[in-house]
Design a binder for this molecule. Structure first.
Ligand code: APR
Ligand code: PHB
Length: 390
């Protein structure tokens, strides 16, 4: 079998890239390790930058996103029992974010791929890229007990942090940069109206809390927890009680509780692999970088990588120019590092670190006061939150 591009992984990166390539008449096969149901069951973040929304529009799949996505013009920071609004819209000259669950976006992209008749092989095991340092790469995989081989021009590694493509690169060719944080986020989904129509990022001596949502009837809440904790050890009641303790009194009173239908713990980590290109293999999204969810940047960074890679591949097929491909890693990483910096900063600003000195806590408190009282500091936060230009 021969394809122009083989995409490994059908998360948001792989699906969005697949759809853009299809629209440009470039033939791509997606190989996905899990079942479709499994991919669709993963609950992830839900704040989309304008650039991400525009990419989904560009592939003609923003119908539900435009109808059901919640447009947010601001966010709140809460600390010392008070709420402070950051007016994203005013501070960025009219920009905003859209709250729409990644799960929904994945479903829309998958449905679009099916309608387009583009092929995805689910439950492809032992997927392995070969020969990407030469002119004739290929990808092997096993499906239904049979080994297959697909020859191609390029391989896109869209297989997430735990994927195979980054690990298939010789260790000496790759540099990694990492920081882990000594806590996690315990998150729940519940069929209750959100506490407020905008997100509340709360910093409290007991730890961070976040009030988010998926729709006017569905809330997504998080609380900072210890690194090694298990989600099952938290009852719903314990979760609601702890969430309320970390919010200012008026917000705590407004929390509507109900049974959770999803409860999980996410670890927080910053990670970057450089470069993002190895001959004819390109890393994209979580395969190359991870950010803590505090700035809601994971999915948006995946989308910007996809944008750069798609433009480069289109240029290659239209003009036989490798300029975009040659520039891909540098362009993507420049934006990645800015988002890594922002997510790290938000994480430091809002969380209680177990080993923080009293001096560090005083500085953190001063910085929270500064960001919520200075136009200039708030504008820098807002500029990053709504998304830096592509
Ligand atoms: N072979 C084939 N597929 C694989 C392999 C493999 N060896 N390893 C992983 N995959 C698949 C996973 O099953 C998953 O469906 O690759 C996909 C990777 O998807 P994501 O982890 O969602 O990564 P990405 O598409 O880059 O999405 C970016 O934004 O909000 C953030 O972290 C969040 O997933 C999110 C990300
Ligand atoms: C979410 O809704 O899941 C969410 C929102 C904002 C974040 C992280 C997660 O910063």
């Amino acid at each position: 079998m021969r394809r122009q591009v083989v995409i490994i992984g059908s998360g948001p990166s792989g699906l969005l890239l697949g759809q853009l390539l299809h629209g440009a008449g470039i033939d791509a096969l997606i190989l996905e390790r899990s079942s479709k149901e499994h991919v669709l069951s993963r609950v992830r973040a839900g704040v989309l930058e304008k650039g991400t929304v525009e990419l989904v529009r560009a592939v003609g799949l923003a119908g539900r996103l435009d109808a059901q996505g919640l447009k947010h013009d601001g966010i709140e920071f809460a600390f010392d029992d008070r709420r402070h609004r950051i007016d994203l819209h005013a501070l960025t000259g009219g920009k905003r974010v859209v709250v729409y669950g990644q799960t929904e976006l994945t479903a829309d992209l998958m449905a679009g791929r099916e309608v387009a008749g583009a092929e995805t092989v689910y439950e492809a095991v032992d997927v392995m890229p070969h020969g990407f340092d030469g002119e004739a790469p290929c990808v092997s995989y096993v499906h239904g007990g049979t080994t297959h081989r697909v020859d191609c021009d390029f391989i896109a590694g869209c297989d997430g942090y735990h994927g195979i493509t980054r690990r298939a690169v010789p260790e000496r060719a790759i540099a990694t940069f990492e920081r882990s944080y000594p806590f996690g986020w315990l998150g729940i989904l519940a069929e209750v109206p959100p506490v407020s129509h905008e997100l509340i990022y709360a910093s409290h001596p007991r730890g961070f809390a976040l009030c988010s949502m998926r729709s006017p009837m569905r809330s997504r809440y998080y609380i900072q927890c210890e690194g090694g904790e298990k989600a099952e050890s938290w009852s719903d009641q314990q979760f609601w009680d702890e969430l309320r303790r970390r919010l200012p009194a008026d917000a705590a009173e407004a929390v509507k509780t109900g049974p959770s239908f999803e409860k999980s713990i996410a670890v927080l980590r910053s990670f970057v692999a450089e470069p993002m290109r190895f001959g004819r293999l390109f890393l994209c999204g979580d395969a190359a970088h991870i950010v803590p969810p505090t700035g809601a940047k994971g999915l948006n960074l995946a989308a910007s990588d996809v944008h750069y890679l798609f433009e480069a591949l289109r240029e290659f097929y239209a003009e036989r120019s490798t300029a975009g491909l040659d520039a891909y890693s540098g362009r993507a990483l420049a934006r990645v590092w800015k988002a890594v910096r922002f997510s790290w900063w938000m994480t430091l600003l809002l969380h209680r670190f177990p080993d923080a000195t009293p001096f560090a806590e005083k500085l953190r408190s001063a910085e929270l006061g500064y960001v919520t009282s200075s136009q200039h500091a708030a504008a820098a936060l807002a500029e990053n939150y709504v998304g830096l230009p592509l």
